[in-house]
Design a protein around this ligand. Sequence first.
Ligand code: IMP
Length: 179
Amino acid sequence: MKQTLENLISAREIDQRLTELALELNKDYEGKTVSLICILKGGIMTLADISRKLTFDVEFDFMDISSYGDRMESSGIIKINKDLDTSVTGKHILLVEDIIDTGRTLVYVVEHLRMKRPESVKVLTLLSKPSRRIKGGITPDYVGFEIPDAFVVGYGLDYAQRYRNMPGIAALSMETPES
Ligand code: IMP
C-alpha cells in the first residue's frame, strides 16, 4: 500500500500554539500544583513541549492503555496496561492528549481518573476532530488545533508505530495498488 503524506501543521505552528495555551494555563493554575497525565505514547511530545512553558508546579505521570479497534478507529473497549504510579487524590489533574477523535478513549479514561477522587480533572488535547465526536463525549478544556476528519501522523502520532518522530503533523492517505 502506498502511503502519502500531506503537511497540515508545521513544527513552528505547534510551538506557537503551545505557547498560547501555556499562557492560558499559567493564569488558570497560578500557585497550584498540577499532575500532568499523559497517555502513552502519542501525547509525549505535547507533554514534553508544553510542560517546559509552564510556570506553576507540575508532576508527571503516565498511563498505558490498549484500545480494541482497528488501526484507524478506537472501539471504546479499553484495557489499562499501566495505571498511574502516584496518588492523585485531592490533586488537580490535567490530562495531556495527542488527539481526540470519537472521544471514546477519553470518556473511559476521565471516568477512571475521577474514581481516584482528584480535586479537578481537565483535558488538554493538541488536536481535535469535532466532526467525529460521538454523543455524550467529553469536551476538552484546552485545544491546540481543530482539524478536519483525516488520519494524521507526526509529533507523537503514529500509524502502525511509524511517523511519531516527524516534527510537524501530516495527513496520511493510503492507496491500494488497484485504486
Ligand atoms: P478516540 O477514542 O476515537 O477519541 O481515539 C483516540 C485515540 O485514537 C488517540 O489517542 C490516538 O491514539 C488514536 N487516533 C485517533 N485519531 C488518530 C489519527 O488521526 N492519527 C493517529 N492516531 C489517532
